[in-house]
Each structure stands twice: as C-alpha cells, then as structure tokens.
Design a protein around this ligand. Structure first.
Ligand SMILES: Cc1cc2nc3c(=O)[nH]c(=O)nc-3n(C[C@H](O)[C@H](O)[C@H](O)COP(=O)(O)O)c2cc1C
Length: 174
C-alpha cells in the first residue's frame, strides 16, 4: 500500500522550510511518497495517510499560517488523520532550559486546539540573522545587537524524521 505523506510548512525567513525539506527527504529515503508544500497552498487533505506540519515561533506565537491550517482542516485531523508537528524556535542557546521554554510556548499555542492529538511534537531550533530583521523588529536595538546563530541540530532532525517514517508505516497483519 502506498503511504502518501504531506509535509507542509510555514517559514518567514526560510529556516523552517529547510528543516521541512530534510524531513521530506528522510521520509522519501524510507520509502514513503511525500508531497512538499507551503502550508498556505494546501487545499485538501483527502488522499494523505499522514501530515507533518512545521512552522516557527515568533513573539511567543506559532506562525499564523500553521494555526490557520489547523482550523481549516479540523474535521479530518480530529477524525484521526495522524499529524506530526514541529516548531522552529530558540535562537539564544541550545541548552535544556531554553528548549523546555520553547516547548512550553509551542504547547501553549497547541492548547488553542484542544481537539488536536499530535502523533509527535518536536522543537527543531531556529536560525537568526540580525541583518534579515524586518520592520518593526528591525527597530528593536536588543534584536539588532544579537549575534547571528543557527541552532538547528540536523542529526536530531533526521532522527526524528526517521522515527516518523516508522510510525507512518501501516501495521502489517499476517
Ligand atoms: C523577531 C523575532 C521573534 C522571535 N520570537 C521567538 C519566540 O517567541 N519564541 C521562539 O522560540 N523563537 C522566536 N524566534 C526565533 C525564530 O523562531 C527562529 O529564528 C526561526 O528559525 C525562524 O524561522 P523561519 O526562518 O522559518 O522564519 C524569533 C525570531 C525573531 C527574528
């Protein structure tokens, strides 16, 4: 049986898109058929066996396009279509406390969708470049003075995607 997975992402500066690309590649390497799409382009979920939804956190909120996606597709997702979630965040340090704080922010956002029971939730770390700040953030001195950072852990991201590939395989009954 063909397992077709949608990997949908929102990304303002491209770092979450790059993570989504790696997740899609790993799922393909594991034999799954993958559709890779910006979340705003997705219209229908019929025909997919599972969904991976990734988006960054900005100012304590998960990207609006991802939240809109959950609202728009509530029925099919609440009816049992498996959805795995990841969030880009953390541009300060890669330590445990920071990771827990980012997870707390994401959990708070996901709590707005009490019907949602994700198959998996992962924090993937973020990338920050003060030169790419857009208005109004470009006006905030504290942000402009922060060093450029990339806290994405590609080994952990690939491991998470491999685990998803296992979960999305159909259970074979002999
Ligand atoms: C103005 C600004 C606000 C941010 N706010 C948060 C936040 O509240 N929580 C968090 O975990 N990360 C925050 N981040 C980090 C982003 O989530 C990180 O840079 C991410 O990689 C951006 O993803 P993108 O390149 O796909 O847009 C913020 C980054 C910027 C530039």
């Amino acid at each position: 049986m063909e397992i077709k997975v949608l990997v949908a992402y929102a990304s303002t500066h491209g770092s979450t898109q790059e993570v989504a690309e790696v997740v899609a590649d790993v799922l393909r390497e594991r034999g799954l058929v993958v559709d890779f799409q910006p979340v705003r382009n997705v219209r229908i979920l019929a025909g997919y066996s599972a969904v991976v939804l990734g988006a960054p956190l900005y100012m304590f909120h998960w990207h609006k396009a991802a939240r809109h996606f959950l609202t728009q597709h509530r029925k099919i997702l609440a009816d049992g279509l498996p959805v795995a979630i990841f969030a880009g965040g953390s541009i300060e340090t890669a330590d445990e406390t920071e990771w827990r704080e980012v997870r707390r922010q994401l959990d708070q956002e996901l709590a707005k969708f009490p019907w949602l029971k994700p198959a998996s939730v992962e924090i993937v770390g973020g990338r920050f470049d003060p030169k790419k700040l857009r208005f109004p953030y470009s006006l905030i001195p504290a942000l402009r003075q922060m060093p450029a950072r990339d806290l994405r852990d590609w080994t952990a991201i690939r491991a998470w995607a491999s685990q998803l590939a296992e979960e999305f395989q159909p259970v074979v009954v002999h």
